[in-house]
Design a protein around this ligand. Structure first.
Ligand SMILES: NC(=O)c1ccc[n+]([C@@H]2O[C@H](COP(=O)([O-])OP(=O)(O)OC[C@H]3O[C@@H](n4cnc5c(N)ncnc54)[C@H](OP(=O)(O)O)[C@@H]3O)[C@@H](O)[C@H]2O)c1
Length: 294
């Protein structure tokens, strides 16, 4: 039987690369999209070294012309169009709402929200005609829970979730299954890349919080393989769930945010991001700890 073809956008690193490897080793015909010929070659070599293979196509998801060109090429590579698409390409624009300018907002929404919808429009006609296909959108726990200093990233993912929920209901009667994957925090370059997008840092009223956030992103995070495994599950389950939370941090945040009053979760998030001082007892304890006490 011919292997099913799956397009993974932003396949060159992070979750996209982990997903490409997972799917290629599971026997899918993976087409990974990247933004340059050098990245395409590096991706093919990286997958090749593990004993699997991937085909590559160039795509900038924020560029409508590039998207049409890429999916026209993919259609010729896949007998009319892929069986599935994993919309993974994404960026994280940090910064207080007051600090992020219109252009940065547009870039955030274009990449994380407008692009997956455009790609859905490009692949759906063939999927509907076949009465088969899957679209997996990589969201985030930020698609459910808003955090200060990450407002536009959260808005992009919450928009993605709203769009995906509508799409899932619209596409289901045509045999197309649409799934959201909502990871917690994993060790990729997204936050370091985001740090380079921090706005107006010298003059910002939030610069101390940005400095603290920069320290926080230096901590070691787990490998993104669980996210890749979840995508595999979403593609192989006969009846995939509408959404998959990935990681204990994502699961606990989702439960707490839904169960606690907004005033309580606001307070906890402000303390966590340095916008509010922790209560005295906790503060004293953390000072003792930093001096080596127990
Ligand atoms: N890491 C986490 O903790 C985490 C948690 C929840 C959700 N996510 C989501 O997971 C997805 C992947 O993120 P990641 O953590 O793997 O980050 P990453 O390592 O920075 O990878 C992002 C990928 O997206 C690509 N990309 C960005 N803008 C693009 C554009 N305009 N056109 C085409 N490709 C573009 C990048 O390509 P280039 O290399 O060319 O820039 C890269 O391959 C994102 O949607 C992110 O929001 C990540």
């Amino acid at each position: 039987m011919t292997p099913r073809s799956v397009v993974v956008t932003g396949a060159g690193c992070g979750i996209g690369l982990a997903t490409t490897l997972e799917l290629a080793h599971a026997g899918f015909d993976v087409i990974g999209t990247v933004r340059s010929e050098e990245k395409a070659e590096a991706l093919r070599e990286a997958v090749d070294r593990t004993g699997a293979s991937v085909r590559t196509v160039l795509l900038d998801v924020t560029d409508a012309t590039s998207s049409v060109r890429a999916f026209t090429e993919i259609a010729t590579m896949t007998d009319g169009g892929p069986w599935a698409v994993v919309n993974n390409a994404g960026i994280a624009q940090p910064g207080a709402i007051e600090d992020v300018d219109d252009e940065q907002v547009r870039q955030q929404l274009e990449t994380n929200l407008v692009a997956p919808a455009r790609i859905a429009r490009l692949v759906l006609p063939t999927m509907r005609a076949r009465r088969a296909g899957r679209i997996v959108n990589i969201s985030s726990i930020s698609g459910r829970v808003s955090m200060p200093l990450l407002g536009w990233y959260c808005a992009s993912k919450q928009g993605l979730e709203a769009m995906t929920d509508a799409l899932r209901m619209e596409a289901a009667p045509f045999g197309v299954k649409v799934v959201l994957v909502e990871p917690g925090s994993y060790g990729t370059d997204i936050w370091q890349r985001g740090a380079s997008r921090l706005p107006q840092r010298r003059n910002s009223a939030y610069r101390h919080q940005y400095e603290a956030a920069e320290e926080m992103i230096k901590r070691e995070l787990p490998s993104p393989r669980p996210v890749a495994r979840t995508v595999l599950k979403a593609l192989t389950a006969p009846r995939p769930l509408p959404r998959y939370l990935v990681g204990t941090d994502a699961r606990s945040s989702a439960v707490l945010d839904a169960a606690l009053p907004t005033a309580a979760t606001d307070w906890a998030k402000q303390v966590a991001t340095g916008l509010r001082r922790p209560p005295r007892a906790a503060h004293a304890l953390s000072r003792l700890r930093s001096r080596g006490g127990r």
